[in-house]
Write a protein that binds this ligand. Structure first.
Ligand code: F3S
Length: 106
């Protein structure tokens, strides 16, 4: 599967969504996750993300590995997002912030 990591928090650009052939993205208030039961590992979403938040599971950086179970857990709870929409209002500012983990709105 592929995994959405911390960089997505408070940005939620959603460019990743339109390219997903299986509608694997799930939408929370300030982040998306990928449903590991739907993702087919096509990887087309990776270059679409302006903040490089998406990794193949095996390549998730060490400090981001907690997002592997977070994606799996929240994918069960959050609704499908099938269309790209506007990013969050201050996305470009949040894109420069590195420590956002505590801001995740589950
Ligand atoms: Fe998040 Fe990047 Fe998609 S910021 S919503 S993973 S394009």
């Amino acid at each position: 599967t592929h995994v959405v990591t911390e960089a997505c928090i408070n940005c939620k650009y959603t460019d990743c969504v339109d390219v997903c052939p299986v509608d694997a993205f799930r939408e929370g208030k300030n982040m998306l996750v990928i449903d590991p039961d739907e993702c087919i590992d096509c990887a087309v979403c990776i270059p679409e993300c302006p903040v490089a938040a998406i990794f193949p599971e095996e390549d998730v950086p060490k400090d981001q590995r907690k997002y592997i179970p977070i994606n799996a857990d929240l994918a069960r709870k959050w609704p499908v997002i099938a269309r790209t929409h506007a990013a969050l209002p201050d996305a470009d500012d949040w894109a420069k912030v590195e420590e956002k983990a505590q801001l995740l709105d589950e």
